[in-house]
Design a protein around this ligand. Sequence first.
Ligand SMILES: Cc1cc2nc3c(=O)[nH]c(=O)nc-3n(C[C@H](O)[C@H](O)[C@H](O)COP(=O)(O)OP(=O)(O)OC[C@H]3O[C@@H](n4cnc5c(N)ncnc54)[C@H](O)[C@@H]3O)c2cc1C
Length: 460
Amino acid sequence: MLDTTMTEALAGVLRGNLLTPDNPGYDEARSLFNGMIDRKPSMIAQCTGAADVVTCVNFARENGLPLSVKGGGHGVAGKALCNDGVVIDLSLMNGVLVDPELKTAQVQAGALLGDLDHETQKFGLAVPAGVDSRTGVAGLTLGGGNGHLARRFGLTIDNLQSVDIVTADGELLHANESQHQDLFWALRGGGGNFGVVTSFEFRLHEVGPEILTAQIFHLFDDAREVIRFYRDFMADAPKELGCICLVLRVPPMEPFPEEHHGKMAVALIANDSRKEATEENTPLQELASFGNPILSAVMPIQYAALQSQFDAGFPKGARYYWKSHYFQSLPDEAIDTILENAGTLPGEYSNYGLETMGGAINEADQSATAFPHRNAKFGLGIFANWADESRDEEAIDWARRFHEAMKPFSTGGGYVNYLPVDAGDEFKESYGNNFERLREIKQRYDPQGLFDAHQRLVTR
Ligand SMILES: Cc1cc2nc3c(=O)[nH]c(=O)nc-3n(C[C@H](O)[C@H](O)[C@H](O)COP(=O)(O)OP(=O)(O)OC[C@H]3O[C@@H](n4cnc5c(N)ncnc54)[C@H](O)[C@@H]3O)c2cc1C
């Protein structure tokens, strides 16, 4: 149990703020992207650097307090917050240092993807990461990190060169391919189970400031043919092409024809990241000319704009319950099962998407990093997103039933970064053969389970 003397003692040695329930700013600091999560920590430490993080880790361990780590606060499972314990809030640590000559970026663990793109794009460089600019670099990277550029350059973890991490005993370690190799292996996909990462070092690639994209919307009536075409097209596509196939509602705005606003549609959001790609010479034209789209454009846009294109469709504070699968192939029967079981999207913002894997993602071996889904050609994200609490049951039920129906086609488990709050066995399944090695490494670095607020790797 915490008393004020202890809280004051901690506040006195931190450079950052220590927020308790009486402080203004406490509620804002404990708010997460997923509005379903409502947890009340005893204190939120807004750390300014590794020194504060070491202090907080030692404080929580020595006082037997629950501990959680908040990066961008975007995790749908809400593991960034604990009840009645200490939250290490990294939001003030959002610096990004780019070395344009070495093509590397040193990124503090509270930076968001938008911060990272802002700094790297100035030099026409990018780290392959996710597709929402408000996502935390930390949580995304620790779970794998998949986005528009992954088929060309690999997952975010495939571009990670090193990390600085504070472990459960309060040590600050530097982990890379030659130092603390086992820990570095685990951190590339194994999530926040091993300590508090304070900074990441990434390899950068020449991308932007403009990138050639295709933005294609078809009416849902044509979904079967469109998804089959997308599957066949991407099966033979060069790895410089990325494409997400999303079933969603047509946004009620220009340039979408008004008569289609709010109706279900299939969107193909693709990119050709080659420097020499033009509207005339890109294979994206073939994708854009298929069928009878209600909107179809192949054009260069700012890379940073592509990276924030989905932000408005996923409002902060709405309710989120996600599930996922990976597939080695997508036979017609699987597409039929998707269309028969997904039915009508529940709530305003729900959607589901096929993410194209393959390319550089599959060049790494399944055991090369903790992220095991290296043989998958497609991922399916089932995104139940809605605003009104009274629809919780309907939306969650939709995601669960849809997920269950797709199990016969799945490679087993899903993407840990898309797990819902009640993931249970899905967490273990999502690591496949890599799970046992993760457990061993967890025993070595966090035998007491100080970081179990993330997900349980040690069964006690
Ligand atoms: C709208 C939306 C779009 C998304 N799009 C993509 C996408 O395109 N590609 C993709 O791969 N994923 C995507 N994701 C999933 C995203 O990768 C995860 O939600 C990720 O966990 C978010 O990281 P965060 O730091 O913001 O989250 P947080 O909620 O802060 O953290 C998530 C987990 O990581 C732990 N953690 C955070 N920081 C640290 C740290 N420094 N050290 C140790 N542990 C830490 C937390 O304790 C928590 O358990 C998306 C999520 C949302 C909500």
